[in-house]
Design a protein around this ligand. Sequence first.
Ligand SMILES: [Fe+2]
Length: 187
Amino acid sequence: MMRDMGDPVPVDVSAEALALFADHGAATYAERVTMEHHARQAAALASAAGADDAMVLAALLHDVGHFLDQSDSEFGVTDHGAIGGAWVAARFVDAVSEPVRLHVAAKRYRCFVDPGYEAELSPASVGTLYLQGGAMSAIEAEAFEAEPFAAAALAVRGWDDGGKVAGLEIPSVECWRPLLEDPGLRR
Ligand SMILES: [Fe+2]
């Protein structure tokens, strides 16, 4: 069951996050990699791109919403952007939580502005796209562009899309513990 957002946030957020990966990270949701590998790859891509710590942590946690509620399709939790964004926002600063909240919207935005983008998505991401409302309308796109963290969400979206390569050797989730424990990133 989804955690009540009114509950007090546990003090040991890094242990809580690592436990979520341990308990739920083996799911694949129709991708070629597990959710844990996907998160690790997204974080590694962010780090390799020179992203700041908040963005790397956002990449690591972008799909945490899949771990927080019951799957409603073979693709996991359709509303995982909002659910994960709320979980992250209760623990970390906006620079971490907002890209998480907006990474599904970023996909729908890219589909509106870039007609070739959908063809680059994984089959599972295309499957969820239609559950999530498909490409944005012009009015939705304008509202997305006005979001303070729109550019960050689009960057996380790129690492999300890129982080689905089977068989890569990449840093463990544990390697990112210093970011999970960084007081400068905490709420
Ligand atoms: Fe993802």
